[in-house]
Design a binder for this molecule. Structure first.
Ligand SMILES: C[S@@+](CC[C@H](N)C(=O)[O-])C[C@H]1O[C@@H](n2cnc3c(N)ncnc32)[C@H](O)[C@@H]1O
Length: 270
Protein backbone atom coordinates (compact mmCIF):
# COMPACT_ATOMS: atom_id res chain seq x y z
CA UNK A 1 0.00 0.00 0.00
CA UNK A 2 2.75 2.43 1.00
CA UNK A 3 4.50 1.55 -2.22
CA UNK A 4 1.38 2.46 -4.19
CA UNK A 5 1.37 5.94 -2.72
CA UNK A 6 5.12 6.31 -3.26
CA UNK A 7 4.72 5.46 -6.95
CA UNK A 8 1.93 8.01 -7.24
CA UNK A 9 4.14 10.70 -5.60
CA UNK A 10 6.81 9.98 -8.23
CA UNK A 11 4.33 10.18 -11.10
CA UNK A 12 2.90 13.43 -9.72
CA UNK A 13 6.35 14.99 -9.43
CA UNK A 14 7.37 13.84 -12.90
CA UNK A 15 4.26 15.32 -14.52
CA UNK A 16 3.58 18.56 -12.66
CA UNK A 17 6.56 19.00 -10.36
CA UNK A 18 4.72 18.93 -7.04
CA UNK A 19 6.75 17.12 -4.42
CA UNK A 20 4.91 15.47 -1.53
CA UNK A 21 6.42 14.27 1.75
CA UNK A 22 6.31 10.54 2.25
CA UNK A 23 3.87 11.04 5.13
CA UNK A 24 1.23 12.84 3.07
CA UNK A 25 -0.97 9.79 2.53
CA UNK A 26 -3.89 11.50 4.32
CA UNK A 27 -3.63 14.42 1.87
CA UNK A 28 -3.81 12.12 -1.14
CA UNK A 29 -6.77 10.33 0.42
CA UNK A 30 -8.70 13.52 1.11
CA UNK A 31 -7.96 15.10 -2.29
CA UNK A 32 -8.73 12.00 -4.37
CA UNK A 33 -11.69 10.44 -2.57
CA UNK A 34 -14.34 12.22 -4.68
CA UNK A 35 -12.53 11.40 -7.92
CA UNK A 36 -12.24 7.75 -6.88
CA UNK A 37 -15.98 7.57 -6.22
CA UNK A 38 -16.97 9.44 -9.38
CA UNK A 39 -14.94 7.05 -11.53
CA UNK A 40 -16.41 3.95 -9.90
CA UNK A 41 -13.11 2.96 -8.31
CA UNK A 42 -14.63 3.15 -4.79
CA UNK A 43 -11.37 3.66 -2.87
CA UNK A 44 -8.32 5.85 -3.32
CA UNK A 45 -5.88 2.90 -3.41
CA UNK A 46 -8.02 1.34 -6.18
CA UNK A 47 -7.87 4.62 -8.13
CA UNK A 48 -4.10 4.84 -7.64
CA UNK A 49 -3.65 1.26 -8.84
CA UNK A 50 -5.70 2.05 -11.94
CA UNK A 51 -3.70 5.23 -12.61
CA UNK A 52 -0.38 3.46 -12.19
CA UNK A 53 -1.34 0.64 -14.50
CA UNK A 54 -2.81 2.58 -17.42
CA UNK A 55 -1.19 4.95 -19.91
CA UNK A 56 -1.52 8.66 -19.03
CA UNK A 57 -4.90 10.11 -20.01
CA UNK A 58 -7.53 12.58 -18.79
CA UNK A 59 -8.09 10.69 -15.52
CA UNK A 60 -4.41 10.99 -14.65
CA UNK A 61 -4.55 14.75 -15.19
CA UNK A 62 -7.71 15.03 -13.10
CA UNK A 63 -5.88 13.28 -10.27
CA UNK A 64 -2.78 15.50 -10.64
CA UNK A 65 -4.96 18.63 -10.68
CA UNK A 66 -6.79 17.47 -7.58
CA UNK A 67 -3.44 17.47 -5.78
CA UNK A 68 -2.80 21.18 -6.46
CA UNK A 69 -3.44 23.82 -3.80
CA UNK A 70 -5.34 26.69 -5.37
CA UNK A 71 -5.51 29.07 -2.41
CA UNK A 72 -5.45 32.70 -3.56
CA UNK A 73 -7.08 36.05 -2.84
CA UNK A 74 -7.44 39.54 -4.27
CA UNK A 75 -4.45 41.84 -3.67
CA UNK A 76 -2.60 39.10 -1.81
CA UNK A 77 0.16 40.74 0.24
CA UNK A 78 -0.24 44.51 0.57
CA UNK A 79 3.52 45.21 0.38
CA UNK A 80 3.61 43.45 -2.97
CA UNK A 81 0.89 45.59 -4.56
CA UNK A 82 2.30 48.76 -2.94
CA UNK A 83 5.70 48.00 -4.49
CA UNK A 84 4.09 47.34 -7.88
CA UNK A 85 2.14 50.55 -7.74
CA UNK A 86 4.82 52.86 -6.33
CA UNK A 87 8.07 51.52 -7.79
CA UNK A 88 7.92 48.64 -10.25
CA UNK A 89 5.19 49.71 -12.66
CA UNK A 90 6.31 53.37 -12.86
CA UNK A 91 9.85 52.19 -13.80
CA UNK A 92 8.54 49.70 -16.36
CA UNK A 93 6.27 52.32 -17.88
CA UNK A 94 9.26 54.59 -18.34
CA UNK A 95 11.27 51.75 -19.93
CA UNK A 96 8.41 50.95 -22.34
CA UNK A 97 7.34 54.51 -23.17
CA UNK A 98 8.52 54.32 -26.80
CA UNK A 99 6.84 50.99 -27.54
CA UNK A 100 3.73 51.87 -25.48
CA UNK A 101 3.18 48.22 -24.66
CA UNK A 102 3.37 46.17 -21.48
CA UNK A 103 3.42 42.37 -21.43
CA UNK A 104 2.88 40.67 -18.09
CA UNK A 105 2.90 36.94 -17.35
CA UNK A 106 1.02 35.86 -14.25
CA UNK A 107 2.03 32.21 -13.82
CA UNK A 108 0.14 29.79 -11.55
CA UNK A 109 -2.74 32.26 -11.40
CA UNK A 110 -5.25 29.84 -9.89
CA UNK A 111 -8.84 31.18 -9.98
CA UNK A 112 -7.85 34.61 -11.32
CA UNK A 113 -7.81 36.93 -8.30
CA UNK A 114 -4.12 37.75 -8.83
CA UNK A 115 -4.22 38.79 -12.53
CA UNK A 116 -7.51 40.65 -11.99
CA UNK A 117 -5.98 42.54 -9.04
CA UNK A 118 -3.13 43.55 -11.32
CA UNK A 119 -5.54 44.62 -14.08
CA UNK A 120 -7.58 46.70 -11.59
CA UNK A 121 -4.41 48.33 -10.28
CA UNK A 122 -3.34 49.23 -13.83
CA UNK A 123 -6.72 50.72 -14.75
CA UNK A 124 -7.15 52.45 -11.41
CA UNK A 125 -3.75 54.04 -10.84
CA UNK A 126 -2.18 54.38 -14.28
CA UNK A 127 -4.47 56.40 -16.51
CA UNK A 128 -1.40 57.24 -18.62
CA UNK A 129 -1.59 53.64 -19.91
CA UNK A 130 -4.89 54.26 -21.70
CA UNK A 131 -4.13 53.69 -25.36
CA UNK A 132 -1.17 51.39 -24.59
CA UNK A 133 -1.15 47.77 -25.60
CA UNK A 134 -1.58 45.98 -22.24
CA UNK A 135 -1.40 42.21 -22.32
CA UNK A 136 -1.70 40.08 -19.17
CA UNK A 137 -1.15 36.38 -19.81
CA UNK A 138 -2.44 34.33 -16.87
CA UNK A 139 -1.90 30.59 -16.72
CA UNK A 140 -2.31 27.61 -14.46
CA UNK A 141 -2.13 23.85 -14.79
CA UNK A 142 -5.59 23.40 -13.27
CA UNK A 143 -8.40 23.54 -15.86
CA UNK A 144 -10.92 23.73 -13.05
CA UNK A 145 -9.29 26.87 -11.62
CA UNK A 146 -8.91 28.37 -15.09
CA UNK A 147 -12.56 27.93 -15.98
CA UNK A 148 -13.52 29.76 -12.80
CA UNK A 149 -10.97 32.46 -13.61
CA UNK A 150 -12.33 32.90 -17.14
CA UNK A 151 -15.86 33.21 -15.78
CA UNK A 152 -14.75 36.00 -13.45
CA UNK A 153 -17.55 35.37 -10.96
CA UNK A 154 -16.72 35.40 -7.24
CA UNK A 155 -18.68 34.68 -4.08
CA UNK A 156 -19.36 37.16 -1.29
CA UNK A 157 -16.66 35.46 0.79
CA UNK A 158 -14.11 35.68 -2.03
CA UNK A 159 -14.67 39.37 -2.72
CA UNK A 160 -14.42 40.07 1.00
CA UNK A 161 -10.89 38.65 0.97
CA UNK A 162 -8.53 41.44 -0.05
CA UNK A 163 -10.80 43.60 -2.18
CA UNK A 164 -11.48 47.16 -1.00
CA UNK A 165 -15.21 48.02 -1.00
CA UNK A 166 -14.56 50.88 -3.39
CA UNK A 167 -12.94 48.57 -5.97
CA UNK A 168 -15.77 46.06 -5.53
CA UNK A 169 -18.30 48.80 -6.25
CA UNK A 170 -16.50 50.11 -9.33
CA UNK A 171 -15.19 46.93 -10.96
CA UNK A 172 -17.82 44.30 -10.19
CA UNK A 173 -21.53 43.87 -10.79
CA UNK A 174 -23.79 41.79 -8.61
CA UNK A 175 -25.15 38.82 -10.55
CA UNK A 176 -27.11 37.15 -7.77
CA UNK A 177 -27.71 37.42 -4.03
CA UNK A 178 -24.11 36.45 -3.27
CA UNK A 179 -22.15 36.51 -6.55
CA UNK A 180 -20.16 39.28 -8.19
CA UNK A 181 -18.87 39.44 -11.76
CA UNK A 182 -15.71 41.27 -12.81
CA UNK A 183 -16.25 44.21 -15.19
CA UNK A 184 -15.74 43.41 -18.91
CA UNK A 185 -13.08 46.15 -19.21
CA UNK A 186 -10.94 44.40 -16.55
CA UNK A 187 -11.73 40.94 -17.88
CA UNK A 188 -10.58 42.01 -21.35
CA UNK A 189 -7.06 42.79 -20.13
CA UNK A 190 -6.40 39.19 -19.07
CA UNK A 191 -5.88 36.22 -21.34
CA UNK A 192 -6.14 32.82 -19.59
CA UNK A 193 -4.48 29.66 -20.87
CA UNK A 194 -3.43 26.30 -19.50
CA UNK A 195 0.28 25.96 -19.05
CA UNK A 196 2.48 23.53 -17.17
CA UNK A 197 5.47 25.35 -15.67
CA UNK A 198 7.60 22.29 -16.42
CA UNK A 199 7.07 22.93 -20.14
CA UNK A 200 9.09 25.51 -22.01
CA UNK A 201 6.23 27.82 -23.00
CA UNK A 202 6.52 30.70 -25.42
CA UNK A 203 9.73 32.64 -25.32
CA UNK A 204 8.77 35.39 -27.76
CA UNK A 205 7.78 38.16 -27.42
CA UNK A 206 9.38 38.38 -24.03
CA UNK A 207 7.53 39.56 -20.95
CA UNK A 208 8.29 42.81 -19.16
CA UNK A 209 7.12 41.38 -15.86
CA UNK A 210 6.60 37.81 -14.61
CA UNK A 211 4.69 36.99 -11.42
CA UNK A 212 5.46 33.52 -10.10
CA UNK A 213 3.99 33.68 -6.61
CA UNK A 214 3.28 31.05 -4.01
CA UNK A 215 4.00 28.09 -6.23
CA UNK A 216 7.77 27.42 -6.08
CA UNK A 217 7.23 26.24 -2.49
CA UNK A 218 5.62 23.06 -3.82
CA UNK A 219 8.64 21.97 -5.88
CA UNK A 220 11.95 20.24 -5.12
CA UNK A 221 15.29 21.87 -5.97
CA UNK A 222 15.70 20.24 -9.39
CA UNK A 223 12.18 21.14 -10.53
CA UNK A 224 12.63 24.68 -9.25
CA UNK A 225 15.79 25.01 -11.37
CA UNK A 226 14.02 23.70 -14.45
CA UNK A 227 11.09 26.11 -13.99
CA UNK A 228 13.37 29.07 -13.37
CA UNK A 229 15.30 28.29 -16.56
CA UNK A 230 12.02 28.31 -18.50
CA UNK A 231 10.93 31.56 -16.87
CA UNK A 232 14.34 33.18 -17.39
CA UNK A 233 14.02 32.68 -21.15
CA UNK A 234 10.68 34.45 -21.17
CA UNK A 235 11.73 37.71 -19.49
CA UNK A 236 12.96 40.75 -21.45
CA UNK A 237 16.71 40.87 -20.85
CA UNK A 238 17.24 44.61 -20.50
CA UNK A 239 14.40 45.74 -18.21
CA UNK A 240 12.28 42.65 -17.35
CA UNK A 241 11.66 41.46 -13.80
CA UNK A 242 10.57 38.33 -11.97
CA UNK A 243 8.53 38.67 -8.77
CA UNK A 244 7.95 35.88 -6.24
CA UNK A 245 5.68 35.30 -3.24
CA UNK A 246 6.43 36.75 0.18
CA UNK A 247 7.93 33.53 1.54
CA UNK A 248 9.95 32.64 -1.57
CA UNK A 249 13.41 33.79 -2.59
CA UNK A 250 16.18 33.08 -5.09
CA UNK A 251 19.12 34.15 -2.97
CA UNK A 252 22.30 32.70 -4.41
CA UNK A 253 20.63 31.74 -7.70
CA UNK A 254 23.17 32.88 -10.32
CA UNK A 255 20.85 33.66 -13.24
CA UNK A 256 18.86 36.40 -11.52
CA UNK A 257 20.07 39.62 -9.91
CA UNK A 258 18.34 40.54 -6.68
CA UNK A 259 17.23 44.12 -6.00
CA UNK A 260 14.80 45.79 -3.64
CA UNK A 261 11.61 47.63 -4.66
CA UNK A 262 9.76 49.11 -1.70
CA UNK A 263 9.45 46.22 0.76
CA UNK A 264 9.78 43.41 -1.79
CA UNK A 265 12.57 41.68 -3.71
CA UNK A 266 12.78 41.78 -7.49
CA UNK A 267 14.83 39.48 -9.73
CA UNK A 268 16.28 40.69 -13.03
CA UNK A 269 17.58 38.08 -15.49
CA UNK A 270 21.35 38.12 -16.01
C1 LIG B 1 -1.29 28.54 -4.11
S1 LIG B 1 -1.78 28.85 -5.76
C2 LIG B 1 -1.04 30.45 -6.02
C3 LIG B 1 -1.99 31.39 -6.73
C4 LIG B 1 -1.46 32.82 -6.92
N1 LIG B 1 -0.23 32.84 -7.68
C5 LIG B 1 -1.29 33.51 -5.59
O1 LIG B 1 -0.15 33.76 -5.20
O2 LIG B 1 -2.29 33.82 -4.94
C6 LIG B 1 -0.67 27.76 -6.66
C7 LIG B 1 -1.15 27.45 -8.07
O3 LIG B 1 -0.08 26.81 -8.78
C8 LIG B 1 -0.65 25.92 -9.72
N2 LIG B 1 0.36 24.95 -10.15
C9 LIG B 1 0.90 23.91 -9.45
N3 LIG B 1 1.77 23.24 -10.21
C10 LIG B 1 1.81 23.85 -11.42
C11 LIG B 1 2.52 23.60 -12.63
N4 LIG B 1 3.38 22.59 -12.75
N5 LIG B 1 2.30 24.43 -13.66
C12 LIG B 1 1.43 25.47 -13.56
N6 LIG B 1 0.72 25.74 -12.45
C13 LIG B 1 0.91 24.95 -11.39
C14 LIG B 1 -1.81 25.30 -8.95
O4 LIG B 1 -2.77 24.73 -9.81
C15 LIG B 1 -2.33 26.50 -8.13
O5 LIG B 1 -3.43 27.11 -8.74
Amino acid sequence: MENLYRQFYDLLEKNIGIQLDQNKQYLVDSRLVDLAKSTGQQTVPALLKHILNTPAGPLHWQAFEAMTTNETLFFRDKSFFDALSNVILPKLIEARSNERSLRIFCAAASTGQEPYSLAMLIRDRFSQLNGWDIYIQASDISEKSLSRARLGVYSQREVERGLEPDLLRRYFSKTSESNYEIAPAIRALVNFSRHNLLDEGYSYPKFDLVLLRNVLIYFGAETKDRILKNVHRQIAADHGLLLLGATESLIGYPHFKLAQAGKISTYAPV
